[in-house]
Structure formats: C-alpha cells, structure tokens
Design a protein around this ligand. Sequence first.
Ligand SMILES: Cc1cc2nc3c(=O)[nH]c(=O)nc-3n(C[C@H](O)[C@H](O)[C@H](O)COP(=O)(O)OP(=O)(O)OC[C@H]3O[C@@H](n4cnc5c(N)ncnc54)[C@H](O)[C@@H]3O)c2cc1C
Ligand code: FES
Length: 265
Amino acid sequence: MRTVEVIETKEENCSVKTFTFSDEICGKAEPGQFVMVWIPGVDEIPISLSGINSDGLTSITVNEVGEASSALNQKEKGDIIGVRGPFGKGFVPTKGNVMIVGGGTGLGPMMPLTEKLVKIADKITVMSGVKSKFNLLFLDRITKLLSDIDSETVFTTEDGSYGIECLVTEQVELKLIKEKYDMIYTCGPEQMMYRTFILAEQYKVPVQASLERIMRCGIGLCGSCAIGTIRVCKDGPVLTSTQLRSIREEFGKFQLDFTGKKRKL
Ligand SMILES: Cc1cc2nc3c(=O)[nH]c(=O)nc-3n(C[C@H](O)[C@H](O)[C@H](O)COP(=O)(O)OP(=O)(O)OC[C@H]3O[C@@H](n4cnc5c(N)ncnc54)[C@H](O)[C@@H]3O)c2cc1C
Ligand code: FES
C-alpha cells in the first residue's frame, strides 16, 4: 500500500466529494479500474478512479453511505490516505456509436472512459440518471468533454427536478428503438445496470458493466466479491455481455453480505 497526500478536494453535491492525489502507478490505470482506499483507523474500501492522468494526478469521487465513506469525506487538503491498486479489469474503449449509462457516482469511472472515447468514437450518447437535481454530478465536465464530438446528453431525475422525470432506463430504451449502437457502457445502481443489460440483449448491443460487490482483499483471494464463478475484483469490476449472461441468475438479484451470506439486492 502507498500513502498519498490529498492535494485537492471538491464538494460535488451534499454527499459526494472528489479527492485528488498524485500517484504514478494510478496514472497508468485503465478507466474502470478501482483502488482499495485506506482511511487510517477506520477501514479500507474499493473506489473507482474518476480521474486518471499520465502525470500521476488521480482522483476518486466518494458518496457517503456508511462509516468508511463518511470518514473519507471528512478528509481535506493535506490529509493522508492509503491506496492499493489499481485493480481489476477496466472498460475497453470502442469505435462507432457508443452509449454511456451512469447512475449517481457510477458516472465517476465514466469520466476517464469518456476522455478515451472522444478520441476514437464517432458519436457518444451520455445518459445520466439520478434521484433529484441535488444528486447531479459532473455536468460541466461532461459538457466540456463532449464539446468537440458528435454527441447527445440525456439527464433524468426521479422527482422531475432536472431533465426528464423518469428512470434513465426508460430513455435508454427510447434511444435503442431509434438508433443502432455499437457498445453500451454502464455503471451505477445494479437494478439500473441489469435493466440496461436486458434491453441491450433485446436490441443486440454488447454491454460493458461495472459491478459492485463487498470487497476485502481486492485481488481475487478472499471470495467476498463472488458472483457465480466470477470474482468481481479480479475478473471485473467491468464485465462483458458474455460474463453477465453467465451470472444471469444472480446479477441484479443477489449479493453476498459482509458475513458471506447471499442476500437479495
Ligand atoms: C469496484 C468498486 C468500485 C466502487 N467505486 C465507488 C466509487 O467510485 N464511489 C463510491 O462512492 N463508491 C464506490 N464503491 C462503493 C463503496 O466501496 C462502498 O460504498 C463503501 O465500501 C461503503 O463503505 P462504508 O463503510 O462507507 O459503508 P458500510 O457501512 O460498510 O455500508 C453502508 C451500505 O453500503 C453497502 N456497501 C458496503 N460496501 C459495498 C460495496 N463494496 N458495494 C456495494 N455496496 C456496499 C452496505 O451493504 C450498506 O448497505 C465501489 C465499490 C466497488 C466494489
Ligand atoms: S475482494 Fe477478495 S476475492 Fe474479490
């Protein structure tokens, strides 16, 4: 594990904060890979990289959901955290007409992916779904990234406070009816990714989805992140359509809890 100093923080919204640090090894990461972040005296948790730069400038974007993520979000410029990784298999950027479907902090790993896609894709459609306008993320970053490429953006909120009032997957379906896509990338709540996968299967579009499971070792040893025969930390977190088909019985339905028991999502 390496210790790094937080060199910048940004409050993205009331529960989400982005941290920037310098780490040469993370500078070589693929979009979609994650690091195990150690919060001294508290815990170690998996977080995807939301910013990757070849000079080592790296960022993570953290939503407060429990003890460790809340403690992490208390950190400020100058504080020390630990990182292990980057681990796992990331997104593979593809050419052609691509769609990005992100929910909440699931948009984080989509930012470095979009930076790669703008160099090779013909068109990028970003579909972002959140509960309310207070949960919106990366509006400026998305607009800036897509400014020089054929692109579309669709924002949805469940309460109608911004963009279209609906679940983002309803808009995904409308797009799939109208246009042929070469790849769908998705990251966010598992029910959203599952619905996106089912739609993509129906319209015969390949998918790359970044899954979340409880992670301890992060390197394929402990089994806490198992789903079917897949270890999400090592075989994923980004899984292809073929891998998602192989875990159809569990994807979107169950996950192992902290004691290793299967529980409904
Ligand atoms: C590969 C990967 C990448 C991730 N990337 C990000 C990211 O970029 N930004 C971000 O904010 N979060 C991300 N997460 C989720 C993050 O790791 C969890 O929110 C965090 O571990 C919760 O720890 P806690 O102590 O704050 O909460 P806890 O008190 O441990 O748990 C609070 C709630 O979160 C659930 N939870 C705990 N750990 C996980 C987990 N690993 N996956 C899903 N649910 C969990 C618990 O079941 C509980 O309902 C990622 C998870 C994985 C596996
Ligand atoms: S976290 Fe230990 S095997 Fe995946």
